[in-house]
Design a protein around this ligand. Structure first.
Ligand code: MTE
Length: 316
């Protein structure tokens, strides 16, 4: 059900992102000419040239683009599901720089364009499961995190990858709140072998277009066998380290949200069961029959070996 065998990917299908990247450059130029406010609410949605991936979920109905882009968690823009779509438009995503540091041979401040340029952009349909008990099926566009990390040449001492989201209260009203839900920046992390797993994606788009701001523009993580909160959005820093990095939800409530956060129907959240889920957009809404949640969200063939010998009730 999960994996489509590689259909022949012709090199002609692999189109560089030149058009999109040059459009970003034009935007950057115009930003100097047009007052920032005049650009408010403008979020670039550029078409992406993508290649087929052999790592894609097939046979499941896609969640509509409307639901994917309007039912979000992105606490930097507010706590309600509709807040990110309402408030994230004015976020400036060009220019965008990602700091790469820690245990790598090639640290540096990399422009978004340089991060993306060498990679073919794949389309990967992934089943996504939120810790709150809902799920979606999303056609992401991106490239393997492994391919990106290899370019920075991790040192043999590196054991984990830490990620950080932008802090910009002027454009992120949730960071400006007198009642912050989380400590900023939003931080996340993976073990290095999880980060290098072929399923782990750096996404720059969905539905064949660049990411809307509410979905984590311009660059976010997608880890389909883990609960959605591992998918940190609008990344500005990637650090290779030898110690397990702190993660936002674990800092907020360690007894509820662990570092691993693997989808696991057998380990309940302390306040609710994780055995079933509601697929967003299915007819019947909240009263639609719930589906059984699958171990590792159905991706066990690819990732179960990462956790052999580990007690997944302890390491939740
Ligand atoms: N990243 C940041 N920076 N801030 C957030 O609040 N929320 C997480 C994750 N990444 C979040 C974040 C949670 S709880 C979920 S379920 C997913 O983003 C939702 O991603 P989506 O909007 O693409 O569905």
């Amino acid at each position: 059900m999960l994996i489509r065998k590689p259909s022949d990917i012709r090199s002609s299908e692999i189109t560089p992102l030149r058009a999109y990247l040059s459009r970003r450059a034009i935007m950057r130029g115009s930003a100097g000419l047009i007052a920032a406010g005049a650009l408010g609410g403008l979020s670039l949605a550029a078409p992406l040239q993508t290649v087929k991936s052999d790592l894609t979920t097939t046979g499941e109905t896609l969640t509509s683009k409307d639901d994917v882009t309007s039912y979000n968690n992105f606490y930097e823009f507010g706590v309600d599901k509709s807040d990110p779509a309402e408030n994230a438009g004015p976020l400036t995503t060009s220019p965008w720089t990602v700091k790469v540091d820690g245990m790598v041979a090639k640290p540096g401040d990399y422009a978004f364009e340089d991060i993306v340029k060498p990679h073919a952009i794949e389309e990967r349909v992934y089943r996504m499961r939120c810790v709150e008990g809902w799920s979606m099926v999303i056609p992401w566009n991106g490239f393997p995190l492994a391919d990106l990390l290899k370019r920075f040449e991790p040192l043999s001492s590196a054991k984990y990858v830490a990620f950080e989201t932008l802090v910009r209260p002027a454009e992120m009203p949730g960071q400006d709140s007198s009642w912050p839900v989380l400590e900023w920046p939003y931080v996340e992390g993976l073990r290095l072998d999880e980060a290098m797993n072929p399923l782990t994606l750096m996404a720059i788009g969905l539905y064949g277009e660049t990411l809307p701001n509410q979905n984590g523009a311009p660059l976010r993580l997608v880890v389909p066998w883990k609960y959605g909160f591992k998918g940190i959005k609008s990344i500005v820093r990637i650090t290779l380290t030898d110690t397990q990095p702190p993660t936002s939800w674990n800092k907020q409530a360690a007894n509820e949200y662990g570092f691993y956060a693997n989808v696991n129907p057998q380990v309940d959240h302390p306040r609710w069961s994780q055995a079933t889920e509601r697929r967003i957009g299915e007819s019947g809404g909240f009263s639609a029959p719930r589906r059984d949640t699958l171990m590792f969200n159905g991706y066990g063939d690819f990732v179960a070996s990462l956790y052999s010998g580990m007690d997944l009730a302890q390491n939740y």
